[in-house]
Design a protein around this ligand. Structure first.
Ligand SMILES: [Zn+2]
Length: 194
């Protein structure tokens, strides 16, 4: 993985949109609103989960391919499911062809924040969406499941303990940190608080 750029999009939600190059393609993870201020070229879009703040920038982009989990696909076109009806001043509907992210990328299934939340894993970096932040975890009352989040946190802890500790965790909101720091700082990964 070369350089990962982080843009803050979807004001006032302040989503981390990540941009990097891979195999000659420009890849964007979780394009929030106003991402087109930074990106003009055609892109491959990967989505950690289907909440509106993480997908609302997709219509601004020239999308070559769109990858999302099958479980979160309904959120692309359903403003109630993707929360845009309640949280934004316009409905978000993405009517583009999509491909199953699990079939094309290394992912970790991480249901809880949404039912189809994924970690997206590359050599040296892990994009965790809104499942795990550096110090805390994502809400489970926005179309997710507390029970599934409990199982996911056990899985995430095992995963983080297995991979190199200098790898970087890039969350959907807030600052990135090393795996080592997340394991140290995230109280939800140290004990089962849910
Ligand atoms: Zn979310």
């Amino acid at each position: 993985m070369k350089e990962v750029k982080r843009f803050i999009t979807s004001s006032p939600f302040n989503v981390n949109t990540y941009v990097f190059e891979m195999d000659g393609e420009l890849c964007v993870i979780d394009p929030g609103e106003d991402i087109s201020r930074f990106i003009k070229d055609p892109v491959v879009v990967l989505v950690t989960h289907g909440h509106c703040d993480h997908i609302s920038g997709i219509p601004e982009l020239k999308v070559k391919k769109l990858y999302i989990s099958a479980e979160d696909v309904p959120m692309l076109t359903d403003p109630v499911a993707n929360l845009s009806r309640d949280l934004m001043d316009h409905p978000v509907k993405i009517e583009l062809p999509w491909e199953d992210i699990d079939k094309h990328f290394r992912t970790l299934k991480a249901p809880g924040h949404t039912l189809g939340s994924r970690f997206i894993v590359f050599d040296g970096v892990v994009f965790t969406g809104d499942t795990v932040f550096v110090d805390t975890i994502g809400r489970t009352d926005l179309g997710g499941s507390k029970e599934k989040m409990k199982e996911t946190l056990i899985k995430v802890k095992e995963f983080f303990e297995k991979i190199p500790k200098e790898w970087i965790v890039f969350p959907g909101h807030g600052e990135p940190a090393t795996v080592k720091d997340v394991l140290r700082r995230n109280i939800f990964l140290r004990g089962n608080l849910l």
